[in-house]
Design a binder for this molecule. Sequence first.
Ligand SMILES: NC(=O)C1=CN([C@@H]2O[C@H](COP(=O)(O)OP(=O)(O)OC[C@H]3O[C@@H](n4cnc5c(N)ncnc54)[C@H](OP(=O)(O)O)[C@@H]3O)[C@@H](O)[C@H]2O)C=CC1
Ligand SMILES: N[C@@H](CC=O)C(=O)O
Length: 434
Amino acid sequence: MSSDKVRLALLGCGTVGTEVVRLLHEQSADLTARIGAPLELVGIAVRRPGRQRGSDIDPALFTTDALGLVKRDDVDVVIEVVGGIEPARSWLTEALRAGKSVVTANKALLAEDGATLHDAAAEGGADLYYEAAVAGAIPLLRPLRESLHGDRVTRVTGIVNGTTNFILSSMDATGAGFGEALDEATELGYAEADPTADVEGFDAAAKAAILASLAFHTRVTAADVFREGMTGVTAADMASAKEMGCTIKLLCIAQRGPDSAGTDSVSVRVHPAMIPRSHPLAGVGDAFNAVFVEAEAAGQLMFYGRGAGGTPTASAVLGDIVAAARNRLSGTRAPSESSYAHLPIRPIGESVTRYHISLDVADRQGVLATVAGVFAQHEVSIATVRQSGREDDATLVIVTHGAPDANLAATVEDLRALDIVRSIASVLRVEGGA
Ligand SMILES: NC(=O)C1=CN([C@@H]2O[C@H](COP(=O)(O)OP(=O)(O)OC[C@H]3O[C@@H](n4cnc5c(N)ncnc54)[C@H](OP(=O)(O)O)[C@@H]3O)[C@@H](O)[C@H]2O)C=CC1
Ligand SMILES: N[C@@H](CC=O)C(=O)O
């Protein structure tokens, strides 16, 4: 690298990439002053080079040959904002092994096979930065990776998907059902044409794996994360949550602690849950993200902001570019990521949570005793019971004390088999509060 410039290759120029280019142009003088040398964008790889990008980018920069661009000798920093596993993994391992710094927003790749990227970075003595991969603009990974390294993080609870938070906030505010709220999110440009990754929790699970890996110094992949989407949350569930002084959020929860045999382990899960309105995450509305970190010495910390969108995400990418460029000029490297702990993953069956169960029952004599008996049989303690309706049209809403997921699953299975239980309308976890 010549010390007069830091040369950048950009892979992808869509929602995030276009904003990265705009900010690089608009903030060029400030960035030069902060880094100590100018940044030069030497090429942009895309699929369709002729496409209108909505900003005045020199057309000569575009190429469809991403690998060729990565391999260019004059490239110092590779910025990947394409997404997906392949070919992104091949491009980035090639760059890192060759000693080029990498900045990526690719949560799917980091969660599925982060180890390959970290190994390639170690092999090439190169920097791998990915602040934008979780919670967009919110500075979160650097605090976990650096500021909290003297502490022991015990739990991370977050709203890390903007689309689903918009949908659930709208259901809460208007009483709308899931479909109606999703249509609104699509109209306003929050939800993608195919919202599966968001509403089924895949996006949040990838982010949860990255957060857990950093928080607990261990390797967690997307496959280790228990995942349940939020498509089953109904207007009735939201109304029930309101009656309890709660709302419903799609949460990612990563916890460190002993498993049933007393071994230090981690559990990572993504699912909708009721939380009390007094919980710090309950007030996080619209498409905002927030992450609540609990550490032994620091106590409780809250990170809040915009978790998606081209400009907020580009802010995090630019921060990483500055860090990588400074390191190259000074011949230093980012603090390496520690994954020394090798903690086992605790199965979901051992997760202890409170539950809210809504049953449609025939209101015959003894129904309550029969239902309560099933809970007792599986050692699930009942905290409250509420009945509404009469005769063949009654609803029982039961809230439990904390119980292992496996016990609750067995309870629900046995309840389903009772002829007085016509249907189980919903089973939702309850998090936060006493
Ligand atoms: N959008 C957001 O709010 C956030 C996104 N991210 C992450 O950022 C990354 C980018 O997301 P986003 O900008 O929304 O995605 P887009 O789909 O808007 O853009 C993807 C870009 O990649 C290009 N591309 C796709 N395949 C290839 C290929 N084989 N070779 C070269 N270029 C290719 C596309 O080219 P073309 O334009 O020609 O089609 C496009 O420019 C993803 O990893 C995403 O998860 C992270 C946080 C938030
Ligand atoms: N689809 C994601 C985008 C950012 O990661 C979201 O809605 O949060």
